[in-house]
Design a protein around this ligand. Structure first.
Ligand SMILES: C[S@@+](CC[C@H](N)C(=O)[O-])C[C@H]1O[C@@H](n2cnc3c(N)ncnc32)[C@H](O)[C@@H]1O
Length: 218
């Protein structure tokens, strides 16, 4: 577990200074996810793997009456995130160093009740225990809550050369799209745990997943 903290700190110690300027060109679909989340006043919304808090700051400005939380494995990345939150002047963001598969709404964030929404933006493809992280996310959601993911997808509609160049580039950052991601959610849906929406974007470059917790009828 300690390794995940150290690895992410090592990876982002320098990158965090130019992260936002470079990632805007290839972490596509993030703004679409933020638009589709439909945050309501008073809601508590968590980003798991929030990085520099780029997404949280956009949401916090857009929804000043909602409460936003971010966790990340890299304390160094969160130092940059906190500086950006302070510079943006938003007061409704709380950040914590934690792992996506090992946080709790109460002990990690001192909250009395679970989150209304939890999202993963280009973090699932970096988290080896991604299944456990999604399950932990669902456990930390209210009974009516929703979980969202935007990440790389299978690149199926893109030229083969582009696909192999992108895969080699992402390997440098230990980023890998998990081919089991959609089947994993479909399996959850088949048990009645969630209702699912899956939207491939940009000819399969990226994918948006929405999983709303299903209230089981007795
Ligand atoms: C590619 S960045 C995405 C940052 C941000 N979500 C965005 O959209 O700009 C992935 C982030 O996930 C974090 N991360 C990786 N593994 C993690 C884990 N197991 N738990 C929590 N955060 C993790 C990394 O430290 C990094 O900040």
């Amino acid at each position: 577990m300690t390794d995940a903290f150290e690895n992410m700190d090592r990876m982002y110690r320098l990158q965090r200074y130019f992260y936002d300027a470079t990632r805007k060109f290839y972490l596509l679909g993030r703004d679409r996810l933020l638009d589709e989340m439909d945050v309501k006043p008073g809601e508590h919304v968590l980003e798991a793997g929030c990085g520099t808090a780029r997404n949280l700051i956009i949401l916090a400005k857009r929804h000043p009456k909602a409460h936003f939380y971010g966790l990340d494995a890299s304390a160094a990345m969160l130092e940059t995130a906190q500086a950006k939150v302070d510079a943006a002047g938003v007061k409704n963001i709380t950040l914590r160093t934690a792992l996506a598969d090992d946080f709790r709404f109460d002990s990690t964030f001192e909250l009395a009740k679970p989150f209304d929404k939890i999202f993963f933006s280009y973090s699932i493809s970096m988290i080896p225990p991604w299944r456990e992280s999604i399950k932990n996310g669902l456990e930390n959601l209210s009974s009516e809550g929703s979980l969202f993911i935007v990440d790389f997808y299978d690149q199926a509609g893109l030229p083969r050369l582009f696909r192999s160049a992108l895969t080699r580039w992402l390997d440098l950052f230990h980023v890998r799209y998990p081919a089991e991601l959609v089947p994993f959610h479909q399996a959850l849906e088949s048990t009645g745990a969630v209702s699912l929406s899956v939207t491939p974007l940009y000819r399969g470059y990226s994918i948006l997943i929405g999983a709303k917790k299903a209230t089981k009828s007795t």
